[in-house]
Design a binder for this molecule. Structure first.
Ligand SMILES: Cc1cc2nc3c(=O)[nH]c(=O)nc-3n(C[C@H](O)[C@H](O)[C@H](O)COP(=O)(O)O)c2cc1C
Length: 194
């Protein structure tokens, strides 16, 4: 396969000598994949739901838009997470996109907190379909599960967007290379923005 050696891949097939200082590795191993994923910059979210009168939520970065028609997003949830059974049962969820000052919320919902205690430190409101949303989130996107596809350790929940609460500021908390980042705008793509 063309990319089987990192050094070859680094030259993009130009025939040039690979740059000796660029760190190149390895194919196909779990470690290499983990390393590669450190290069993905992801918005940090808390995916929330309600089940039998109780609130549930977990930090997730594997959230992305799927389509505009119909408006749909997906979230990948580990089948070993407690949250998995609740989102499955409810068939609906909310994606709360965190702002740059929400590191502690990310950590709480990423494992430090337990169950409903995760919601105690902040203001959460009951929203669409009785699902809680984080009042201070940059945006909250409420979805009904359209499809749940199991893949390996995770389930991909594809959600049809039913309601959106959006703020004007865009100050996302970004997860990259095992840590948190904020963004600075380099340039506007004027025509692409509404
Ligand atoms: C930055 C960050 C991103 C995460 N992204 C995901 C994700 O996309 N999907 C997932 O299943 N778990 C993800 N996790 C792990 C869950 O948030 C974590 O396992 C959580 O404790 C699950 O909660 P529960 O078992 O109480 O449901 C992430 C954790 C962190 C800190």
């Amino acid at each position: 396969m063309a990319c089987s050696k990192g050094a070859e891949a680094a030259t993009h097939g130009t025939g040039e000598e690979p740059n000796p200082v660029s760190p190149v590795s390895i194919t196909g191993t779990a470690d290499a994949f983990r390393q590669a994923m450190r290069h993905f910059a992801s918005s940090v979210t808390i995916v929330s739901t309600e089940d039998d009168g109780a609130m549930y939520g977990m930090t997730a970065t594997s959230v992305t838009s799927v389509s505009m028609a119909p408006p749909a997003i997906l979230a990948c949830v580990n089948q070993a997470a407690w949250f998995h059974q609740h989102i499955s049962r409810k068939g609906a969820f909310c994606v709360n996109v965190l702002g740059f000052d929400h590191v502690s919320q990310c950590e709480t919902f990423g494992g430090r907190g337990i169950g409903v205690d995760r919601f105690k430190a902040d203001e959460w409101r009951e929203g669409h379909r009785a699902i809680p949303y984080f009042l201070d989130a940059d945006t909250a996107i409420f979805c009904k599960v359209e499809q749940a596809v199991d893949h390996g350790t995770h389930t991909i929940f594809i959600g049809l967007v039913e309601q959106v609460i959006v703020k004007n500021e865009v100050n996302p908390l970004v997860y990259l290379d095992g840590g948190f980042m904020t963004l600075t705008r380099k340039q506007d793509f004027g025509s692409r923005r509404a």
